[in-house]
Design a protein around this ligand. Structure first.
Ligand code: ZN
Length: 255
């Protein structure tokens, strides 16, 4: 008990605005209810997410949408200002993401899975994994403005589901565990609905509200796997120095 932080700090970091909402907003809402402090970070502002608006304009819109969604949850929000299709696994990226991790000071980090349908997601996953490793190393300099101090330890790291739970050969990915998000699913949908620019785009293109429907379908499928209405799946990173105990499951095991 004394070693467990009383109110763990959570950092959910993914590539684009709306990825966090799709893959883990229900879990974040449960963590928030459990008294955790939550920060949502997107690598980009989603500058390629429009056929009509230019990069700067759509970025402005999507930063605002992401902030609205975070506000619904009572979470902090930051965008690291990478470019869509421009996230690469290099020293600059590693420093920027490590700085974001140090600033959020998380006990638990939720991020993109190592294998997903596009490079931004996979690069984010790799950079966050490296950032969690580097964040406690005192001699690792992020070379950013007003650098935050190093963390006391490597945070617990978890990967969210890839889109549709498949690898790039269409093979289903078996998650380690699934969190019941039935009670917070309405809030998750409301958060997702904040991303009006994306929702309306699909609505116009396909004539159905595919954005929210696909979320219901996918969360419903994961829920079904554990016998509840809606679920979100995770797999813990268990590389050598990373914490192996499942603090996330423990935190949410009391309903
Ligand atoms: Zn994405």
């Amino acid at each position: 008990m004394p070693s467990a932080p009383s109110k763990p700090r959570i950092l959910a970091i993914h590539a684009h605005p709306d990825d966090v909402e799709f893959q883990c907003a229900g879990t974040l809402a449960r963590l928030k209810q459990a008294g955790c402090q939550v920060t949502i970070v997107t690598m980009t502002a989603g500058d390629c997410g429009s056929a009509e608006l230019g990069p700067a304009e759509i970025s402005r819109v999507r930063r605002q949408e992401a902030r609205q969604a975070a506000d619904l949850l009572g979470a902090d929000y930051a965008c690291l200002e990478f470019q869509d299709l421009g996230i690469v696994h290099d020293n600059d990226g590693r420093r920027r993401v490590t700085e974001a991790v140090r600033r959020a000071r998380p006990d638990i980090v939720l991020t993109a899975p190592p294998v997903d349908y596009m490079a931004d997601h996979e690069m984010t996953s790799r950079l966050v994994r490296d950032a969690c490793f580097g964040a406690p190393i005192p001699n690792y300099m992020t070379c950013q403005w007003e650098p935050a101090p190093p963390l006391a330890k490597i945070p617990h790291l978890y990967y969210m589901d890839p889109i549709e739970g498949i690898d790039y050969f269409g093979k289903a990915i078996q998650p380690e565990f699934i969190i019941d998000v039935s009670a917070t699913f309405e809030l998750k949908l409301k958060m997702l609905a904040c991303h009006a620019s994306q929702r309306n785009w699909l609505l116009k293109q396909h004539g159905i509200d595919e954005y929210l429907e696909s979320c219901k379908k996918w969360s419903g499928k994961r829920g079904q796997e554990i016998g509840v209405a809606y679920g979100e799946a995770f797999t813990q990173h268990k590389g050598h120095p990373y914490p192996h105990d499942n603090i996330l499951l423990k935190l949410l095991s009391v309903k």
